[in-house]
Design a protein around this ligand. Structure first.
Ligand code: IMP
Ligand code: MG
Length: 205
């Protein structure tokens, strides 16, 4: 990045009125609204490679039967779209929406089901796709709801697992990466609805 473009970004951050002091360094990303990355935890290439592997693992795990990939919105939207293109077998895709953290970075423990999948779940093999498992509360709550619809099976695929959830009845069968103990953004993960569109996964200062 040229010096002049770094200066331009610094001055636009200053002018954004976000109340944070502008900082200038070599790897500013204009998508960050003036925030500074602590570090990139998983690069775009590394994610793509792991998603290809997960797709192959999932295809091998489901030799037959109707597979329904259920993405938990919003955090899984990028992961689901990349993942399903790497699963070389027939499948269908639907989504559900729960609300958990609000705008905080600490779990409130409150999980609400906001949008219910439209697809018939009875007798289907469900692969629930989650962006990140932290306390596991979101997952447990959603699985309880889905089980009432009598699917043939339920498994979980999580892009990231923080391994804080030790008593899960349904630990994720497919995991992209072990997550570091930091608040992560990008590739669908947000902080107060920002940064979902970063193509990499990073922690912020
Ligand atoms: P859990 O219910 O504590 O397992 O939290 C899971 C949900 O919290 C995820 O689906 C995310 O929406 C959010 N979450 C947990 N950790 C992070 C993080 O590091 N960055 C962004 N969102 C997170
Ligand atoms: Mg979130």
């Amino acid at each position: 990045m040229s010096d002049s473009s770094v200066e331009r970004q610094a001055s636009s951050a200053e002018g954004s009125g976000a109340g944070r002091p502008p900082r200038v360094d070599g790897d500013r990303d204009p998508r960050l609204e003036g925030r500074v990355l602590r570090r990139v935890a998983f690069t775009e290439d590394r994610i793509a490679q792991r998603v290809r592997e997960l797709g192959a693992e999932i295809a091998a795990a489901y030799p037959d039967g109707g597979l329904l990939v259920l993405g938990l919105l919003k955090g899984s939207f990028i992961f689901v779209s990349d993942l399903v293109r790497q699963i070389r077998r027939p499948l269908q895709v639907d989504f559900l929406v729960v609300s958990s953290y609000g705008n905080e970075t600490v779990s409130s423990g409150i999980v609400r089901l906001v949008y219910d999948p439209q697809a018939v779940l009875t007798g289907r093999h469900i692969l629930l796709v989650e962006d990140i498992v932290d306390s596991g509360r979101t997952l447990s709550r959603v699985i309880d709801v889905l089980k009432e619809r009598a699917p043939a099976s339920i498994e979980v695929c999580a892009l990231l697992d923080k391994h804080h959830a030790t008593h899960l009845a349904h630990p994720p069968r497919f995991v992209g990466f072990d997550a570091p103990n930091e608040f992560l953004v990008g590739y669908g993960l947000d902080h107060a609805e920002n940064f979902r569109h970063l193509p990499y996964i990073a922690s912020l200062e």
